[in-house]
Design a protein. Structure first.
Length: 330
């Protein structure tokens, strides 16, 4: 079956599970510009039937029937994405849905990385949306909205009848929650420990444990991770063809993967923030993949090479944070 045909079949299943455009009740309050409150761990504003989509520090939720164009991809037009489309870090004509027939998207949302405060926000006081300071930009269109979140480094634009609802789900991504400063969470007594490659970590007891010697560079294409626990010695390489990113939101999953040789499931590591010192280990987060996986390079005392730990960023990031701070030398 061709990739597009497969994507269409899977999309049809996702659409069938969607319950429609539930309203988003997001608390918004006026605060002084200087205040920068920390978002609460475990916060979730995703309506039933919608899917959270994270990129870097930002997350929005969209109906499961939306299509998603990842960085470097062209927008998906009818019949995929008839209800709406989310463009992640678009460039050129993709920022306005260029290349799609008129009316092919009822709602168009765009996540645009921003490195500085645009002049149009210079004299504005931010509001607090789901724990994040947000500036509201002028549009001159009753169904268009522009939100700028400097603490997340993104400007989010939306146009269409679901635009305001989608922007109401804007929040810090689970990655931010998992790496936020503060005390380490306590491991629930129902969890158990797993040891591998010089590491010990705690995971929910219900998670299945799989051991393997084989890896490939594609894995879950950097968007989500396999459920449960995967422990990989990386002794063998299986050359599997890489499937294109599917054009609809992928539900983030909970799981953890430990690779003892290669650089995580995507085969790449890019420093993405200050390293942490966790129970004698040096734990460094990667900026890639930027979606719903937290990739960590873990230096274990006495081991010649580091381990690479990938944790699924489902929910509010609380489970991922708990696994992260449970890491210790076996």
């Amino acid at each position: 079956m061709r990739p597009r045909a497969l994507a269409t079949v899977i999309l049809a299943i996702v659409i069938a599970a969607s319950t429609g455009s539930e309203s988003v009740a997001a608390a918004i309050t006026k605060v002084p510009r200087a205040e920068r409150p920390q978002p609460a761990l475990g916060l979730s504003v995703t309506p039933t039937g919608w899917v959270p989509v994270a990129y870097g520090k930002v997350q929005v939720s969209v109906p499961a029937s939306f299509s998603v164009a990842y960085p470097g991809q062209a927008p998906f037009c009818s019949p995929v994405g008839e209800r709406g489309e989310l463009l992640i870090a678009p460039r050129g004509t993709t920022a306005t849905g260029g290349g799609c027939p008129a009316g092919s998207q009822s709602t168009l949302v765009s996540l645009d990385p921003m490195s500085h405060l645009p002049s149009k926000y210079a004299n504005e006081k931010p509001i607090i949306l789901n724990g994040v300071p947000v500036y509201l930009g002028p549009t001159g269109d009753p169904v268009s909205y522009v939100y700028y979140a400097p603490s997340l480094g993104f400007e989010v634009t939306a146009k269409g009848h679901l635009a305001h609802q989608v922007l109401g789900t804007l929040m810090a991504s689970p990655r931010v929650m998992a790496l936020a400063p503060g005390a380490a969470p306590s491991v629930p007594p129902s969890w158990h420990s797993v040891s591998f490659a010089g590491l010990r970590l705690s995971v929910p007891t219900a998670w299945p444990v799989q051991r393997t010697d084989t890896w490939n560079l594609c894995g879950p294409v950097g968007i989500a991770i396999s459920q449960g626990v995967t422990l990989d010695t990386d002794k063998e390489f299986l050359a599997l063809p890489c499937a294109a990113m599917l054009p609809f939101p992928v539900v983030p999953s909970e799981g953890v993967r430990v690779d003892s040789r290669i650089q995580g499931p995507t085969g790449s590591f890019s420093p993405g923030g200050a390293c942490l010192h966790v129970d004698g280990l040096v734990v460094c987060p990667s900026s890639t993949p930027d979606y719903s996986i937290l990739l960590l390079r873990v230096t274990v005392p006495g081991r010649a090479t580091p381990d690479f730990v990938s944790i699924g960023l489902a929910g509010g990031g609380t489970v991922a944070r708990t696994i992260l701070y449970s890491l210790q030398t076996a």
